[in-house]
Write a protein that binds this ligand. Structure first.
Ligand code: B1M
Length: 224
């Protein structure tokens, strides 16, 4: 095991305790210390925080923990994002707005936004203008915002199986309005797969926040 593997393992062990107790201050201090030790904010998120949240989800599914525990964990991660990761990611990148405009949101019925926010941040710091519509966004509101902002891409995140069909509804509605060729559609979120994206006729599937940037560059006609 390399020293960086060991470091991430130690990070996940300590973060696990902070998530379990809902200790925001501990999570934020850990993120700061980890950043100072040389681990980049994106690596910290994708290799440290995201797998741990998936683990929390599995324990919830097995009824080992309950909704208040999910809420505690989410609160800690949001504080880490807000106080440490987001400022660090913004500082290390130059923002520009010439690559294209993306309307982003979490699909109807779904309030999960940790992953969606990371996708939006990574897109912004990589030169896209992001219109973030938040969570529980209706098909109608996605289309309205895309038209008003002359977006090239509509991005939909979904973490709940019952909310995933709205992504297909969006594509059907675009077709019905004769707008399918105006906007590329990228979908993502833990239960979404490439196969699902293809089945509903989306233009692309994003596996994580870094992948989303690579794909959105392609969708607006730039090299990957
Ligand atoms: Co909820 N939750 N939750 N939850 N929650 C899940 C999603 C669940 C899988 C847990 C489980 O049972 N194993 C399960 C859904 C089951 C299903 O339908 N498939 C679930 C459930 C059931 C629920 C409730 C219904 C629980 C209840 O009330 N009884 C409820 C739903 C409320 C609602 O939405 N209407 C609920 C509530 C909550 C909290 C509010 C407590 C909290 C969310 C807080 C918040 O987001 N503000 C929460 C949490 C924290 C989770 C888990 C544990 C973690 C989610 C997360 O942040 N993951 C989650 C378990 C899991 O995900 N397996 C779970 C980390 C995040 C970085 O990953 O979002 O996948 P992710 O994003 C990644 C990639 O997927 C990708 O890039 C991101 C960054 O790398 N990506 C995109 C995401 N969107 C993209 C879009 C793109 C491209 C890439 O292009 C547009």
């Amino acid at each position: 095991m390399s020293s960086s593997d060991e470091q991430m393992e130690a990070f996940r062990a300590e973060l696990g305790e902070a998530l379990a107790t809902g200790d925001e201050a501990r999570g934020v201090a850990l993120a700061r210390a980890t950043l100072e030790s040389g681990v980049g904010p994106t690596t910290m998120f994708l290799e440290g925080i995201q797998p741990l949240l998936y683990e929390v989800g599995k324990r919830f599914e097995k009824l080992e923990i309950f909704l208040p525990d999910l809420m505690k964990a989410a609160k800690v991660v949001k504080a880490m994002q807000r106080d440490v990761l987001e400022p660090a990611i913004r500082q290390s990148s130059e923002e520009a707005t010439e690559l294209g405009t993306i309307v982003l949101g979490t699909s109807q019925g779904d309030i999960h936004d940790i992953g969606k926010n990371m996708v939006g941040l990574m897109l912004q710091v990589n030169g896209f203008k992001v219109i973030d519509l938040g969570t529980n966004v209706s098909v109608q509101d996605f289309i309205k915002a895309a038209r008003e902002n002359k977006a090239q891409v509509i991005g939909v995140s979904s973490l709940l199986t019952p909310s995933m069909p709205y992504m297909g509804d969006l594509i059907e509605r675009l077709k019905g309005l004769g707008l399918r060729d105006e906007f590329k559609v990228i979908v993502g979120g833990a239960p979404v797969t490439d196969a699902y994206a293809q089945r509903i006729g989306a233009d692309a599937y994003g596996a994580d926040a870094v992948d989303a940037v690579r794909i959105c560059r392609r969708l607006v006609g730039l090299e990957e």
